[in-house]
Design a protein around this ligand. Sequence first.
Ligand code: ACO
Length: 397
Amino acid sequence: MFQTQKTIENHRPQPGNQLRPGLEGVPVTQSSICDIDGNHGKLTYRGYPISELAAHSSFLETSYLLIWGNLPTAEELKVFEKEVQMHRRVSFRVRDMMKCFPATGHPMDALQSSAASLGLFYSRRAIDNPQYIYDAVVRLIAKIPTMVAAFQLIRKGQDPIQPRDDLAYSANFLYMLTDREPDPLAARIFDRCLILHAEHSLNASTFSARVTASTLTDPYAVVASAVGTLAGPLHGGANEDVIAMLEEIGSPEKARSYLDEAISNKRKIMGFGHREYRVKDPRASILQGLAEELFARFGKDEMYDVAKALEEEAATSLGSKGIYPNVDFYSGLVYRKLGIPRDLFTPVFAISRVAGWLAHWREQLGANRIFRPSQIYTGVPSRTWKAVEDRPTSIGA
Ligand code: ACO
């Protein structure tokens, strides 16, 4: 049924017994979805530069490209948009389940649970059936934003707002979140943010998705595991911490002393650094432009000057080590201006990244071999079990 990756002998890595913490530089799969040139700050999805997609494409068109490999025809795009629109609603059972979640819980935990719960409703694991795959893709892309917006209202004690069929994907999400039809510029900028976050090769959450996919489980479990991985502060969660950090700095003049103090105490500057890039992340540059577009129209966020001062100051102290702003550095400022609460920044990242996860799910199924890396054992070589009364009183003796 599935082509096995064992048959792909070309460029097979031979890491031997060498330990590679964080798998840095270890190829574990072949992929034709996205390419990163970290030395020159270039990123392409299926061969298209991210700057072109962010300028001209839509999130749904980009999702189609990522998942199915080519840009859709006008008819394919129309059908895909329509299907997504038709599947935006979530069952009242999912909404009722969300009402039982603690209002103080993090929205990423709510999203992980509700994404996993979809597997209960669409549990047929027919992953060799193209229709099942298509339906799962449509459902996940359609329902994740609805679930994010629903939890936001439920935790405030309000009823979720139903999707509006006359609104396009991004405008509808902002509407479900705020109960206001968004300004078209705000909706377009949000859509461009989704394009920028949709895919980024084998980052931690995508790797998690592929590991889960490799067991041939259902796509809802694949996405739920990726959501859990994205939540951490070293990955998608950094965008929340960036705003907290900018507020802590408070004013542009304090950027230098904050940086010096953080570096001397070996504290990371959130929103800086990336395993793949040695220059500024191309997505950070585009997001900075989007932030400026928003500020020009709706008024400036004073934290923007702090961010710019920090970037300028960091150019000397961190730039020499190849540490520059990543995608998370300016995204929070954009989301904040769009009226998105801080703890929804990472769920918004997930709304977008689900496209990349699903593209990798499909690719994994096309050449599957279960992930099962090895380890270097560092424990006690061999011991003999003793009855509890015969054990010494101090632990480890
Ligand atoms: N601030 C200060 N120093 C940094 C930073 C940073 N943000 N990032 C890396 N460094 C330094 C480390 O202290 C280390 O220095 P040393 O060699 O003198 O000890 C060196 O650079 C290597 O750092 P690692 O953490 O080993 O690099 P790695 O490639 O493993 O980590 C990561 C990449 C996790 C993104 C890291 O840069 C980081 O923690 N950044 C802050 C969190 C963040 O913004 N995460 C979002 C990443 S983008 C995304 O996931 C969507």
